[in-house]
Design a protein. Structure first.
Lengths: 103, 286
């Protein structure tokens, strides 16, 4: 299975700009399917971006975030060629992670 | 003297030929796809003089400056990326009999999107890319996919992605049935339907760039080039079939079944008049 995470991180001097797209159903638990049955809640609870062993971005998410979420942020520091680690954990305990080189 | 006369005769014969050529093209009762396509393009080029022809394939994003900025940013991280990847995986994965989609298409299915739909003289009907994919599945003993669901969108997304930038090259063979299919597609496009009494053209010829509620309407020219599309409204991918079906229900009409004659023919018409414009699919739309 291919990774559920796409990341692109670019450094321009002082600031590293990060964009990520994550494939996840993000079901809120309040929606019914065509048979009228509730689609069980299934969403990412925590998303972490780590640089140099330290988290640079932490998100506590819930069912209110849309399907296949997109994240964009910037942090101070970061060097070209260094690695940025991304990981998420959802409410069913599933997890995925990937690392991206800062370009 | 003789020579001069001959030249003069040749000249007037040419003028006459030109006259003969021009006259039937203006007659409304004759089916002339070449003239149609020219007039269709001219209408849009005149309506939006600032746009380059290839801008039209990006639909509403070319019509509205704010949307355009959003789109530029979106394209750096396009939401259809997952579908392209899934499509690529599916495309090369063998069926139960060991064959793959590659065996069903010219050039192994790579870079051929711009040739679909085409008129198949053996089947006597228009064959769209979606239909061809399901015919490939059935020919290899697999159950066909739903035309409106994700698998079909992923496959066509991958095929469109490998064909990006190639100009639409839809041909109408010298076959009265092909010309009839084209004409039916055109008729469908301009026929009003549904409780709202809208034709396709009401929105996509008369009012591209205008808003219907929050949406900016796409121009009919180049609308097929971007298919299939990721629509934020659907939070997912949709095929050409899905788009036609939802368009029909939005005007409160009763949609046909995906890939019915009417839809394949209108796709044939719309693709033909966009000949020469590059494939931009898969697209992202609001």
């Amino acid at each position: 299975m291919a990774s559920t995470i796409r990341v692109r991180a670019t450094n321009n001097g002082d600031i590293t700009e990060v964009q990520a797209l994550i494939q996840h159903p993000m079901d809120s638990g309040f929606v019914k399917d065509s048979k009228g049955e509730i689609i069980p809640a299934h969403f990412i609870q925590q998303l972490t971006f780590e640089y140099d062993g330290k988290p640079v971005f932490l998100a506590d998410w819930g069912g209110g975030v849309s399907k296949d979420p997109y994240v964009k942020f910037a942090f101070k520091g970061g060097k070209k060629g260094d690695e940025l680690k991304v990981s998420w954990v959802d409410n069913k305990g599933a997890t995925d992670s990937t690392t991206a080189k800062i370009g | 003297m003789m020579k001069l006369r001959a030249v003069r005769f040749g000249f007037s014969a040419l003028a006459l030929a030109a006259l003969v050529f021009v006259l039937p093209a203006t007659a409304a009762d004759k089916i002339d796809p070449v003239a149609d396509a020219k007039a269709f393009k001219k209408f849009f080029y005149d309506k939006f003089p600032k746009l380059k022809p290839e801008d039209f394939v990006n639909g509403p994003y070319s019509m509205d400056e704010g949307l355009h900025r959003q789109w530029v940013e979106k394209e750096q991280f396009p939401p259809y990326e997952f579908a392209v990847e899934a499509g690529k995986e599916m495309f090369t994965k063998p069926f139960k009999n060991g064959k793959t989609y590659e065996d069903c298409f010219p050039n192994k299915g790579i870079g051929i999107r711009q040739n679909y739909p085409y008129f198949d003289e053996k089947q006597g009907k228009v064959v769209t890319l979606e239909l061809a994919l399901n015919q490939c599945r059935e020919g290899n003993g697999e159950a066909p996919y739903s035309y409106v669901r994700d698998e079909m969108a992923s496959l066509t997304a991958y095929m469109a992605f490998t064909s990006r930038g190639k100009p639409f090259d839809i041909k109408i063979p010298n076959d009265p049935r092909a010309l009839a299919a084209y004409e039916q597609g055109k008729e469908y496009f301009y026929t009003r339907r549904g409780q709202l009494n809208f034709s396709c053209a009401t929105c996509h010829v008369q009012s591209p760039g205008e808003r219907v509620r929050t949406e900016v309407l796409a121009p009919a020219l180049g609308i097929m080039n971007a298919m299939p599309i990721y629509r934020s409204e659907w939070s997912g991918m949709g095929t050409t079939s899905r788009r036609f079906v939802t368009c029909n229900s939005q005007v409160r009409g009763v949609p046909f079944n995906p890939q019915d004659d009417e839809y394949r023919n209108v796709e044939y018409y719309l693709s033909y008049v966009a000949n020469g414009l590059p494939i931009s699919g898969p697209g992202a739309r609001p």
